[in-house]
Design a protein around this ligand. Structure first.
Ligand SMILES: [Zn+2]
Length: 264
């Protein structure tokens, strides 16, 4: 088996996974969404991105093993249901899925688990799932992160669009898919429709999250299903964005693994 293949949970045997747990492997559970991303991107963007960041980070770490579970392909996307192709989970379903998966992974001896999210609509919920897992009866401690929230400063340096250009299906996500799987991008159909900031407190884009949360409804907030500027996207920017996320994730995983046992 190639190293890249042996990082994926579904490719390994039961004894191999048992051995990885004994070696103190960190497990990453990617989660994304199946939701419309305008006329130019596939509906799987968020899961593709989270899985790619997880896989690259796992490959980069040599000093301890990192294993990536199959991703949770679906997320909470009621705000995209007005457009064809979106498959929506209720918030309770997503939290139940994530907590069941993490409990199973933990049961087999993995003491360090990270839920790695790639979808804005899941960002609060992955934290809720981590919190729910501490409620018992058997407490499980997991970490939760949304990859693009870890790199807002780097996105600021990489982005060329005005603020509002790096939200849903915009400069960031289009660049990432151009880097990972360019055959899935139809740039000739890309529409620039920057995200309009509702108030000075709410989210502008991935570079500036805002301090007040207010739910989106893309049928209300966008004509095309895009909230951003895909027109300035490039594969080269996508590589830089992915590498920035991988660098942050690798740094976190190294510190996470060093936490004392009461955090396991
Ligand atoms: Zn997305």
């Amino acid at each position: 088996m190639e190293r890249g293949e042996s990082i994926l949970w579904q490719n390994l045997s039961s004894p191999e996974l048992g051995e990885l747990a004994r070696m103190g492997a960190v497990a990453i559970v990617p989660v994304g969404a199946i939701e419309q991303h305008g006329p130019h991107l596939p509906v799987g963007v968020d899961t593709i991105a989270a899985s790619e960041v997880a896989r690259r980070a796992a490959e980069e770490i040599e000093e301890f093993p990192v294993v990536v579970t199959p991703p949770v392909w679906w997320g909470v996307s009621p705000h995209h249901m007005g457009f064809a192709g979106t498959i929506n989970l209720s918030t309770d379903t997503l939290i139940a899925l994530l907590t069941d998966i993490c409990r199973s992974v933990s049961k087999h001896g993995f003491e360090r688990i990270l839920i790695l999210n790639g979808h804005g609509g899941n960002a609060g919920l992955v934290e809720v799932a981590a919190q729910r897992l501490t409620e018992g009866p058997e407490k499980v401690w997991v970490a939760a992160a949304t990859y693009f929230r870890m790199i807002s400063e780097e996105l600021d340096a990489i982005g060329e669009s005005e603020l509002g250009g790096m939200s849903h299906a915009g400069e960031m996500e289009t660049s990432v898919v151009l880097a990972v799987q360019p055959s899935l991008v139809r740039m000739d159909r890309a529409v620039d429709e920057p995200r309009r900031r509702l108030t000075s407190f709410t989210k502008a884009d991935a570079r500036l999250g805002g301090t007040v949360y207010y739910p989106l409804d893309l049928r209300r907030d966008s004509r095309s299903g895009v909230l951003g500027v895909p027109g300035v996207a490039s594969a080269e920017k996508g590589e830089r964005i992915l590498q920035a996320a991988v660098d942050k994730l690798v740094a976190f995983l190294r510190e996470y693994r060093e936490l004392p046992s009461e955090y396991a």
